[in-house]
Design a protein around this ligand. Structure first.
Ligand SMILES: [Zn+2]
Length: 422
C-alpha cells in the first residue's frame, strides 16, 4: 500500500459500493479494521469506544439488518464479535516516545438515498455504484473513511518521525447527529491534547479550504411517546385515556415555548402519529421533534422545556409517557492556534489557492461533541471544510465529488499531525 491517489481512489470506490446507514456500519467497520490491522494499529471496538448510556437513535431492526448484510458481504466474524453490536472503531498509534496526543475524527455512515440510474454518473460509468438499494454515500463520508485510512497508512510508515500518540476515530451514525455522544462519553479521546475533524465539499470547491467555519447550531432530537388506554368512544369514553389528545396539546405547547432572550432558538415538531380507529379512544401517540439553539446552553434550555412539557401533559391527561434523545450536537469554537495551522498547511499545497476563514456553517455536525469534549479537558480543537467540486448537492441521488481532493485531505491531516507531534 502506498499513500497515492490510486490507492485512495480504490478505497473510496470500495466503500462507495457498500454504503451502510448509521449504527449498521458493520461491514464498513470490519473492512476499516482489516486495513488498520495490516498497517499494524491497535484497534478499539465496541464498548471500548461506546458508552451505551449515550447511544442515540439506534434502532434494533436496523442493527439486525446491518449485521445480516455485513455477514453476507464478507465481514470477518472476529471483528463482528469485538464490535458487540456497536459500529465504529478507533485506531491507536503509540510512537513509544513521550509526547502529546492527537485525535482525528472521520465519520463512516451513508444516507437514505437511492443512487441515480443516470449513465453519466461516474459510479455508474465506472461500475462502483451502491449495491445496497435505497442507501448511498451521498454525503461524501466514503471520502472521509478514505482520508482516515490514507492518514493512518502514512502514520504507520512514518511513526519514527513522531512522538506521542495518535487516535483515529472512525465514527458511526453522523447523519441525524447520533454517533458522537456515545464515543465522547466513553472517554476514549479524553487524553487528547488536539482534535481535528472535517467535511468534504459543502460550500467549498476544489482548491478551497474553509479553515474556520462558524455558527454550528446546537441541536437535540427528541421523541416523545404517550401511552393511554383504549375504550369504546360511544359507550365508555370515560374509561379511556386519550394519548392522541395529550400529544396534540403537547405539540401546541411545544411550539409555544418562550424564546430565549440571549440567542436564536428553533423548534420543529416534524412527526405526530396517533390513534388506531375512528371509534376507539386513541391509546398511543408518538411525536418526533427537534430543538436548536445558538449555543449549547440555549439549546439545553429548549430541550429542558420540552421535557417539562412532555411530563406536564402526561400528568394532565393521565397517560404514561417516555422521552428519548435521538440525536444531539453542540456548537464549537475552533481554537485559533489550530485554525492558523490548518490555514498555513492548506495554502502550502500547490492545488489549494484559497482559505476562507469566516464561513457561516449554519447547520449541525456532531464532531462538535468530540471537539468540545477535548476542549473541556484542556485540549484544542479544529473543524474545517475540505473543498471539492461536486456534481450535485449533498444527500442528492446524483452526488459525486472530485476524487483528487482525497489526496489533499490526507496531506493536510498528515502534515497537521507532523506539525503537532514532530
Ligand atoms: Zn455529511
Amino acid at each position: 500500500m502506498n499513500v497515492d491517489l490510486s490507492q485512495l481512489t480504490e478505497w473510496r470506490r470500495e466503500f462507495h459500493r457498500f454504503p451502510e446507514i448509521g449504527w449498521s456500519e458493520f461491514w464498513t467497520t470490519s473492512r476499516i479494521a482489516d486495513y488498520l490491522e495490516q498497517m499494524g494499529f491497535e484497534i478499539l471496538l465496541g464498548k471500548q469506544i461506546i458508552n451505551e448510556d449515550f447511544v442515540r437513535g439506534r434502532q434494533s431492526a436496523v442493527v439486525e439488518q446491518g449485521l445480516a448484510n455485513a455477514l453476507a458481504y464478507g465481514a470477518k466474524q472476529k471483528w463482528l464479535d469485538k464490535m458487540d453490536g456497536y459500529t465504529g472503531c478507533v485506531a491507536v498509534l503509540d510512537t513509544g516516545r513521550a509526547g502529546k496526543t492527537v485525535a482525528l475524527r472521520f465519520d463512516i455512515d451513508c444516507v437514505n438515498v437511492s443512487e441515480t440510474q443516470n449513465p453519466q454518473h461516474i459510479p455508474n460509468q465506472l461500475g462502483f455504484r451502491s449495491l445496497n438499494d435505497g442507501f448511498m454515500h451521498a454525503c461524501g463520508h466514503d471520502a472521509h473513511i478514505t482520508i482516515g485510512l490514507g492518514t493512518a497508512l502514512w502514520l504507520s510508515q512514518n511513526k519514527d518521525k513522531l512522538s506521542g500518540k495518535v487516535k483515529i476515530v472512525f465514527q458511526p451514525a453522523e447523519e441525524g447527529v447520533r454517533g458522537a455522544a456515545a464515543i465522547a462519553a466513553s472517554g476514549v479521546i479524553d487524553d487528547a491534547d488536539y482534535f481535528a475533524g472535517s467535511h468534504i465539499g459543502f460550500c467549498a470547491d476544489s482548491g478551497t479550504v474553509i479553515s474556520n467555519p462558524k455558527n454550528f447550531l446546537s441541536t437535540t432530537k427528541i421523541d416523545i411517546c404517550y401511552k393511554g388506554k383504549p375504550a369504546h368512544a360511544g359507550a365508555a369514553p370515560h374509561l379511556g385515556r386519550n394519548a392522541l389528545l395529550a400529544a396534540a396539546h403537547a405539540v401546541t405547547q411545544l411550539h409555544g415555548i418562550a424564546r430565549h432572550g440571549e440567542g436564536m432558538t428553533r423548534i420543529n415538531v416534524g412527526v405526530l402519529k396517533a390513534g388506531e380507529g375512528r371509534n376507539v379512544i386513541p391509546a398511543g401517540a408518538q411525536i418526533q421533534l427537534e430543538v436548536r439553539g445558538e449555543n449549547k446552553a440555549i439549546n439545553q434550555y429548549m430541550a429542558d422545556q420540552v421535557m417539562q412539557i412532555a411530563q406536564g401533559i402526561a400528568i394532565g391527561f393521565d397517560v404514561d409517557y417516555e422521552t428519548e434523545i435521538m440525536g444531539e450536537a453542540v456548537d464549537m469554537n475552533n481554537d485559533p492556534e489550530l485554525v492558523k495551522l490548518v490555514e498555513e498547511i492548506a495554502l502550502a499545497q500547490p492545488e489549494v489557492h484559497s482559505t476562507n476563514a469566516d464561513y457561516a456553517f449554519n447547520a449541525s455536525e456532531d464532531a462538535t461533541i468530540l471537539g468540545r469534549r477535548v476542549q473541556e479537558h484542556g485540549g484544542k480543537a479544529v473543524y474545517f471544510i475540505l473543498g471539492a467540486d461536486r456534481t450535485a448537492g449533498h444527500h442528492e441521488a446524483e452526488f459525486d465529488f472530485d476524487e483528487k481532493q482525497l489526496l489533499t485531505g490526507v496531506k493536510i491531516y498528515t502534515t497537521l499531525v507532523q506539525r503537532l507531534l514532530g
